[in-house]
Design a protein around this ligand. Structure first.
Ligand code: NAD
Length: 370
């Protein structure tokens, strides 16, 4: 038996608990069938934590997150919390987790499964076989830079300003991670900025180039302006392997790449922190979608984004690549049989509930591992 791996599960609000319910079945399947066991702690986050403790993340749950090998997160939010004070809103639970765990790199894969090639708004030949990874710096840049604010000028006009800033170590750590991830994939990195018009862009390019020459010259490196990258993502997305970029451009480009794949219900993500001496990184895995209040409680949500987030957890936190592939292939095979939740429904397919999609994935896991 491999040593136990500790996992904190935070289902959250809305469809979070429903999709996580199916993922927990997969986690249990691994416990039963494979040579690994997970020590699982479960906690409240977002609105659920606010209702129970008056805050969207308790200090105890934060301590559990800091101690865990990995955190698996569902989704937070809902209209019933719209009037809560800003610092107590559900999403503050997630922001606090990301900040305290110093999770600086957000990983968003965009993968098109053959069975869902029609779900993309782009032509089939443009997206079939797509498999790219966007690595976005997520703790610095213009969303956090100081000073920021709105002021009134002496002539009475008002002026708003934000500060885009990066230090070399912030750029180096996220670029190093992108190079390392590329080595496990197609071995190519595209570094994206606006070096033509921004000081931070030029600096980003210099630092990435230096790091590449020092430590990663075996990995292919290309630089691209962010506006061109947006265009290339819809023109020929298959040219990319790993894209690394700053917080602002990453926010926009990752949503753009997400839509290449069709549905929010299919998109996983990971946010990683620095590795300690033993190589362990703080890490949080979550579907890209929110709590979907419009379908919550109806057993309609697609659990695949959360399942694929768990596959990322196996791969990036535990190096269990084969097991991650088991989950990904089970999903691929189930989709191949024409089983669909509402959000990815197509003509001639069988519409199923969240739990029946879970049943189908578990059956497929049983088959592939038989
Ligand atoms: P959303 O992602 O919750 O929903 C957008 C649309 O996609 C809805 O029509 C929803 O039904 C559908 N959808 C989303 N996930 C789906 C799934 N797994 N299966 C089937 N359909 C799915 O975004 P929203 O409506 O803008 O936000 C709703 C709430 O979620 C808000 O309170 C928002 O703040 C919160 N939110 C949370 C997160 C997070 O927890 N990380 C992210 C985004 C939004």
């Amino acid at each position: 038996m491999t040593a136990n791996k500790s996992l904190l599960i935070l289902p959250g609000d809305g469809i979070g608990p429903e999709v996580m319910g199916q993922v927990k079945r997969v986690v249990n399947w691994f416990d039963r069938r494979r040579s690994v066991t997970f020590d699982i702690t479960e906690g409240l986050v977002g609105g659920a934590a606010y209702d129970a403790h008056g805050a969207p993340l308790s200090d105890e749950t934060l301590a559990d997150a800091m101690a865990a090998d990995a955190v698996l997160f569902g989704s937070v939010g809902g209209p019933q919390y719209d009037d809560a004070p800003r610092e107590l809103r559900p999403e503050m639970g997630l922001l606090r987790l990301r900040k305290e765990m110093d999770l600086y790199a957000n990983l968003r894969p965009a993968i098109v499964f053959d069975a869902l090639v029609d779900a993309s708004t782009l032509r089939e030949e443009v997206v079939r076989g797509l498999d790219l990874l966007i690595v976005r710096e997520s703790t610095s840049g213009v969303y956090f830079g100081q000073p920021r604010g709105v002021e009134t000028l002496p002539d009475g006009r008002r002026r708003a300003f934000d500060t885009q800033e990066y230090t070399d170590d912030e750029i180096r750590r996220v670029a190093a991670l992108a190079f390392e991830l590329a080595r496990q994939r197609g071995n190519r990195v595209t570094s994206v900025e606006k070096a033509n018009v921004m000081e931070t862009g030029l600096f980003w390019r210099e630092v990435v180039t230096e790091l590449h020459a020092e430590s990663y010259s075996d990995v292919g490196l290309e630089h691209m302006y962010a506006d061109n990258c947006a265009m290339q993502l819809v023109r020929n997305p298959k040219q990319f392997d790993v894209i690394v970029t700053d917080n602002l451009f990453g926010d926009i480009l990752s949503d753009c790449a997400a839509m290449l794949t069709g549905s929010l219900g299919m998109l996983p993500s990971a946010t990683l922190g620095a590795a300690d001496e033993s190589g362990r990184r703080r890490a949080l895995y979550e579907p890209v979608h929110g709590s979907a209040p419009d379908i919550a409680g109806q057993d309609k949500a697609n659990p695949i984004a959360c399942m694929l987030s768990f596959a990322m957890l196996l791969r990036y936190s535990f190096g269990m690549d084969e097991d991650a592939l088991l989950v990904e292939n089970a999903v691929r095979n189930v989709l191949g049989t024409g089983v669909r939740t509402d959000d990815i429904m197509s003509k001639g397919a069988a519409r199923v509930s969240t739990s029946v999609m879970g049943d189908a994935i578990l059956r497929e896991l049983d088959k592939t591992a038989a």
